[in-house]
Design a protein. Structure first.
Length: 230
C-alpha cells in the first residue's frame, strides 16, 4: 500500500484542518522538500473547497514543478466546472472530484470517457457530504460507487470527515474495498501511526493520504525505515 503525503493550501500557505480550525505550517515548498522520497503528493485547495477563494495558480505551479521531478500529483478542492478540471488535467495532475460528480453527473460522464478521475466519497456518520463537507446527500456510499463505476470511474478517495485532522486513528468499518475489489480506494482521515496503515492495507485500501501525522510526528521517518511505498 502506498502512503501519500497531503498538502492542503489556504491563502498560499500549507495548512491542516485541526478540529475545525486551520493550522498554518508555512511555505508549501518547505513541506514539499520534507516529503523527499514520495512518488505522489495529494494537494487540496481549502479556500476553493469552501468557496472562499482560490489557490489554483499556485497549485498548478507546484504540480508543474513536481511533474518535472517525476512525482505524481492528485488535486482536489473546489473543482466544480469543466474548465478548471481540464486545467488541472493539462498540468499533469489527477483531479479529485466531489461536488460536481454528484450535482452534474453528465459532465462527470463526459470527462470519464477521456481522463482518469478520482471521485471523493466524503463520509460523515455514513452520509456522503459535498460543498466543502456542509451539504448532505441522500445517496448511499455503495450506490455512489456502483454508479460511478458504471460510467468509467476506477478510483475513489474515502474520507472520514469526523476523524480528519484529529490523529484519532483509523476506526475501521468501511467495507467498500471488499465490496468492489476491482476498484482502487484511497483512505484519508485521522491516520496517526503504522498500525493504522497496516489495518487499512488489510482492509483492502490501495493507498492512504496522511497529513497531520507527517507534519507533527515521526511517521515519515518510520515509513522510510520500514521500506513502505511513499
Amino acid at each position: 500500500m502506498r502512503v501519500i503525503p497531503a498538502l492542503d493550501i489556504s491563502h498560499g500557505r500549507a495548512v491542516r484542518i485541526v478540529e475545525g480550525d486551520l493550522r498554518s505550517y508555512g511555505n508549501p515548498y518547505q513541506w514539499l522538500n520534507k516529503f523527499e522520497g514520495a512518488k505522489k503528493i495529494h494537494i487540496i485547495d481549502i479556500d476553493a473547497a469552501l468557496d472562499k477563494g482560490s489557490n489554483l495558480d499556485l497549485i498548478l505551479e507546484i504540480v508543474k514543478d513536481l511533474t518535472e521531478r517525476g512525482i505524481e500529483t492528485q488535486v482536489g478542492g473546489g473543482l466544480r466546472d469543466p474548465i478548471t478540471i481540464r486545467r488541472v488535467i493539462e498540468a499533469g495532475a489527477f483531479p479529485i472530484l466531489g461536488t460536481i460528480a454528484y450535482e452534474r453527473p453528465t459532465i462527470l460522464r463526459e470527462l470519464a470517457k477521456d481522463f482518469p478521475l478520482i471521485v471523493a466519497i466524503d463520509l460523515k456518520e455514513r452520509k456522503i457530504m459535498i460543498r466543502g463537507w456542509i451539504k448532505e446527500t441522500t445517496i448511499e456510499p455503495e450506490q455512489a460507487v456502483s454508479h460511478f463505476r458504471d460510467i468509467g470511474v476506477k478510483e475513489f478517495l474515502i474520507t472520514d470527515i469526523d476523524s480528519d485532522g484529529r490523529l484519532s486513528g483509523y476506526l475501521g468499518g468501511i467495507s467498500l474495498p471488499s465490496s468492489f475489489p476491482e476498484l482502487m480506494f484511497t483512505y484519508a482521515g485521522g491516520i496517526r501511526d503504522m498500525e493504522d496503515l497496516e489495518r487499512l492495507s488489510n482492509d483492502g485500501f490501495s493507498s492512504a493520504v496522511v497529513g497531520r501525522a507527517i507534519y507533527e510526528t515521526d511517521l515519515m521517518q518510520k515509513l522510510i525505515e520500514r521500506g513502505w511505498e511513499i
